[in-house]
Design a protein around this ligand. Structure first.
Ligand code: FES
Length: 106
């Protein structure tokens, strides 16, 4: 289990416990957190789970693979800290991970 902190674009903060092995996207969808759609169910095929990883956590989250990097080209407002949250797997090491959601996923 790890506590994941999701911050909506409007600043609304959600702290939820997410089981190890689930993705950060699944943690949001299971807890009805708005701002992460996850339309493709985590197949890295829609880019509607785009988040910005908090600076303090960027070194602790594994680097994106090529497929994720190319899917991010379809997301809006991509920044250096952008990730697809379906590709970030929750583990104890990510306890306290903070991600921010973009204004829109479309
Ligand atoms: S849920 Fe579709 S790319 Fe992440």
């Amino acid at each position: 289990m790890a506590k994941i902190i999701y911050i909506e674009h409007n600043g609304t903060r959600h702290e939820v416990e997410v089981k190890n092995g689930l993705s950060v996207m699944e943690g949001a969808v299971k807890n009805n957190i708005p701002g992460i759609d996850g339309d493709c169910g985590g197949a890295c095929a829609c880019a509607t789970c785009h988040v910005y990883v908090d600076d303090a956590w960027r070194d602790k989250v594994a680097a994106p693979e090529d497929l994720e990097t190319s899917m991010l080209e379809f997301a809006e407002s991509v920044e250096e800290s952008s990730r697809l949250s379906c590709q970030i797997v929750v583990s104890d090491a990510l306890d306290g991970l903070t991600v921010r959601m973009p204004e829109s996923q479309h």
